[in-house]
Design a protein around this ligand. Structure first.
Ligand code: ADE
Ligand code: ZN
Length: 339
């Protein structure tokens, strides 16, 4: 049984999304629609058959399906429709501010131009800001299973678009592809004025989190679950208040945790880490922001003040200006008092 009052509390809470792959919001219904209009075939007979394939033992099994799904995105309007569908969904979940990833190489390697991808996503984000009141920042991820030369090429393509892209990140198959593989391209990105983030410690070891901090100079760690293996690292992350963008339902679906009841979130909070709740690839993992909050709240028996702290952490960890952060933090404090 869901606790109705906690559920309502979560629904009304102002929230951020700081770890979301736009390609991971591709719902099967929209995937079939776009494939059809692009005269492309999907390997599954229908939406139900595709959904049945969403059962993963690890990150790689998911990535194989995720890249196959993204391959029907061809035209600017496809990227617009993908992003707009996501925005309308989370606008109904009281998500106020988003800092989201896109993976240009997934598309440019198939012959889709960088501008086609970027313009489609960016136009929808602008419309979302105007029509739905959701503010945003855009992060360009490098695929870590590809080489650093390909990442450099992608960075070159981004240079004329610094007005649209604020940060670079690192995603895809983690084990065997450490942050150090990309230290030169991140150095160049930093020199060009981009902020940096990286997926680290999802399946990979805590050493990868050290590398992300010391070699890629990241301002946030995406996931970071494995930091708990290293007390010195936990101390550093807590002292620096480096945000960890946690993704509970993703961790469950990719077998990073066996059960949400075993999620490291409470231990991390007890260590004073700045942890945030996010949805990663919601179309594949069974839920957007409310469902991720609800999942941990229920499994870990979180109190309303703890849930409010997680929402405030989202704003603290964002790249909003300090006065904007404070406005939302005050709003959450008032909301908590009233509920
Ligand atoms: N790309 C999309 N989702 C990802 C995840 N959870 N980890 C690494 N790369 C990803
Ligand atoms: Zn991710």
């Amino acid at each position: 049984m869901k606790d109705a009052s906690i559920q309502t509390f979560i629904e009304g809470l102002p929230k951020t999304e700081l770890h979301l792959h736009i390609e991971g919001t591709f719902e099967p219904e929209l995937m079939f629609k776009i494939a059809k209009r692009n005269h492309l075939k999907i390997d599954y007979a229908d939406v139900e058959a595709l959904k049945r394939a969403y059962s993963f033992n690890n990150l790689q099994e998911f990535l194989d399906i995720y890249y196959a799904g993204a391959s029907v995105l061809i035209k600017e309007v496809d990227f617009y429709d993908l992003t707009w569908a996501y925005l309308t969904k989370v606008s109904g979940q009281n998500v106020k501010h988003i800092e989201i990833f896109f993976d240009p190489q997934t598309h440019t390697d198939r012959g889709v131009s960088f501008e086609t991808v970027l313009n489609g996503i960016y136009k929808a984000l602008k419309d979302g800001q105007e029509q739905l009141g959701i503010s945003f920042k855009l992060i360009m991820n490098f695929l870590r299973h590809l080489d650093e030369a390909s990442a450099f090429k992608t960075l070159e393509q981004a240079l004329p678009h610094k007005d649209k892209i604020v940060a670079v990140g690192l995603d895809s198959s983690e084990v065997g592809n450490p942050p150090s593989k990309f230290k030169n391209v991140f150095k160049k990105a930093l020199e060009e004025g981009f902020l940096t983030v990286a997926h680290a410690g999802e399946e990979g070891p805590s050493e990868y989190i050290w590398e992300a901090l010391d070699l890629l100079m990241v301002t946030r760690i995406d996931h970071g679950n494995r930091c708990l293996d290293d007390a010195k690292l936990v101390k550093r992350l807590a002292e620096q208040q480096t945000p960890l963008t946690l993704c509970p339902l993703s961790n469950l679906e990719l077998k990073v945790v066996r059960d949400l009841k075993e999620h490291p979130l409470p231990t991390m909070m007890a260590h004073g880490l700045l942890v945030t709740i996010n949805s990663d690839d919601p179309a594949y993992f069974g839920g957007y922001m409310n469902e991720n909050y609800q999942g941990v709240a229920q499994a870990l028996n979180l109190s309303k003040p703890q849930i409010a702290t997680l929402a405030k952490n989202g704003f603290k960890a964002s790249w909003l200006k300090n006065d904007e952060k404070q406005k939302y933090i005050d709003e959450i404090d008032r909301y908590l008092q009233k509920h």
